[in-house]
Design a protein around this ligand. Structure first.
Ligand code: PLP
Length: 219
């Protein structure tokens, strides 16, 4: 796997308004540094402590995105530096992010994760649950978190029609509420489906294996 070549091939194919989050979970620092030297500055991780360790070791102009499910008791380890939390799915979590962000006098940007896949294992809120959270007066009063958009994960499938259906569904929901809630980020698309996601209106893709190669979880 040539990380720098992968990035140099992928990056120019992306529309200008699409942000590439390089998903470096499980990968060693050397791999992240190869991507960094190829110009990549936005990295995504799904484990908070792993992300914090990488943040300490990497150059400080890197933007760190938490793309995985967040346990409330671990928010404190990333509040100092995280740029965007992609998978917010409860008021309880928002309250904790707000509390921890306040300690560092920061406003942490968040996305609400919407369930678009037909798989049971995927996290996220239904559209009506998301609207309840967005309209919750307690959430609205928080001064150290800002919800800036939505995130979705499609079903793990090669069925293109299904992927189009799931992504376009989320795009429609995003467009419907974008002005009301001042959304500007729609995070959808991974290595296997980012092209379809972009065609359907994504402006932030989370790409891991197509940059860094397959992950080895046994190590
Ligand atoms: C791991 C992960 C990705 C990247 O997956 P690839 O298929 O390797 O591109 C994207 N989004 C989330 C939420 C992930 O956990």
């Amino acid at each position: 796997m040539n990380i720098s070549e992968n990035l140099k091939k992928l990056t120019p194919t992306l529309p200008e308004d699409v942000t590439l989050v390089a998903v470096s979970k499980t990968k060693p620092l050397e791999d992240l540094m190869l991507a960094y030297h190829a110009g990549q500055r936005v990295f995504g991780e799904n484990k908070i402590q792993e992300m914090a360790a990488k943040w300490e070791a990497m150059p400080k102009d890197v933007e760190w995105h938490m793309i995985g499910h967040v346990q409330t008791n671990k928010v404190k380890y990333m509040a100092e530096f995280v740029t965007l939390i992609h998978a917010v799915d409860s008021l309880k979590l928002l309250l904790e992010i707000n509390k921890q962000a306040q300690k560092f006098k920061r406003v942490i940007h968040c996305l609400v994760q919407i369930k678009i896949a037909d798989e049971e294992s995927k996290f996220g809120l239904t559209e009506s649950e998301a609207i309840s959270l967005l309209n919750d007066p307690t959430a609205g009063a928080l001064t150290h978190v800002k919800i800036v958009g939505l995130m979705g994960m499609a079903t793990f499938t090669e069925d293109k029609a299904q992927l189009i259906r799931e992504f376009s569904h989320l795009k429609r929901f995003y467009d419907l509420h974008k002005d009301t809630y001042s959304f500007h980020i729609l995070s959808m698309g991974m290595s296997g489906d980012y092209k379809i996601a972009i065609q359907q209106g994504s402006n932030m893709i989370r790409v891991g294996s197509a940059i860094f190669g397959e992950r080895n979880y046994s190590q």
